[in-house]
Design a protein around this ligand. Structure first.
Ligand code: PBG
Length: 326
């Protein structure tokens, strides 16, 4: 037995931090913030302990709480005052995200990212316009190409409100190109697009759908979000978004898809973001509440694993807690 190479030599307290390969810092993290036009008070999100929907009037205060922990970037999601078949409140100048973004960018130094999707704004809860008659059709599907124009308008209205970066999440083919063209035509060439490039049809989004009230009223999202069985397809999805001008490439969810994070980070010369989604947060909290896991330890280990897999940025509901501890 040859024991000349002993990895344990580098595990003593003094040397361990010097040889550590991966770190998580507050500057890697993006905190999701929910702004709700239907309430005057903060409403706790039951399935995401510690998170709330806040009224527009509290958006600045909410973001200041995030900044106080050392996290400097937020992604804003909106719950509109009303919904319709087209999701028209998504691109309204006085829409919930637009109003919140104006206030946050006027009063804070936060880097504000806005999510572009129609699911929070449509009365049917799907991420785009439905094909004609689709409501009664069990094989209903989203009308891809008619949706593109709505996404473009939404992105431009968010940029006009002051958004620093636009993050389309609807998994509409061509969404990045449509949004890039719209932003450029409106004079927002400097505004980057972070595409939810490989977004899977995942059951881990459950708590978010309570938080943002965006559950589909019928059917599911398997016609537009990716099949969890597929990894090679992610390369194709991501390549399309790169061709269309995506600046940052996101994989979502994170922990069950670390192979995809690694693949995208090895295969593309763009920063990679990973979305540590609501279900990943909720399950650790539930176990911790039972005394089965140490919440801070598993949260930190999760984020470290996501970085180790190759992510540069992490969107996570743990952002504030972890940054606070760092
Ligand atoms: C779509 C969107 C979703 C999430 C982020 N943007 C929901 C979905 O696709 O169903 C999920 C985030 C999470 O679960 O934390 N607007």
């Amino acid at each position: 037995m040859d024991l000349t190479d002993r990895p344990r030599r580098l595990r003593s307290d003094g040397i361990r931090p010097l040889v550590s390969e991966t770190t998580v810092s507050a500057s890697d993290l993006i905190a999701p913030v929910f702004v709700d036009a239907t309430t005057d008070e903060r409403v706790p999100i039951e399935s995401m302990p510690g998170h709330e929907r806040v009224p527009v009037a509290e958006a600045v205060a909410r973001v200041e709480e995030v900044l106080a922990t050392g996290v400097e970037a937020v992604i804003v999601f909106g719950i509109p005052e009303s919904k319709d078949a087209e999701g028209s409140r998504a691109w309204a100048e006085d829409g919930v995200v637009q109003r919140a973004t104006r206030a946050i960018t006027a009063d804070t130094d936060a880097y504000v990212i806005t999510d572009v999707c129609l699911c929070e704004y449509t009365d049917h809860g799907h991420c785009g316009l439905l094909e004609h008659g689709a409501r009664e059709d069990p094989h209903m599907t989203v009308d891809n190409d008619r949706t593109l124009d709505r996404l473009r308008r939404t992105a431009v209205s968010q940029a006009e409100a002051g958004a620093d970066m636009i993050a389309p999440s609807s998994m509409t083919d061509g969404m990045v190109g449509a949004i890039r063209t719209g932003l450029d035509e409106a004079g927002f060439e400097p505004t980057p697009v972070m595409s939810y490039a490989a977004k899977y049809e995942s059951a881990f989004y459950g708590p978010f759908r309570d938080a943002a009230d965006g559950a589909p009223a019928f059917g599911d999202r398997r016609h537009y979000q990716m099949d969890p069985a597929n990894a090679r397809e992610a390369t194709r999805e991501v390549a399309l978004d790169v061709q269309q001008g995506a600046d940052v490439l996101m994989v979502k969810p994170a922990l069950p898809y670390l192979d995809v994070v690694r693949q995208v980070s090895d295969g593309f010369d763009r920063p990679v973001a990973a979305y540590n989604v609501s279900g990943e947060y909720a399950m650790l909290h539930a176990a911790a509440e039972n005394g089965w896991l140490d919440l801070e330890a598993v949260a930190h280990e999760s984020l470290l694993s996501i970085k180790r897999a190759g992510a540069d940025l992490i969107l996570t509901y743990f952002a504030e807690d972890i940054a606070h501890r760092l």
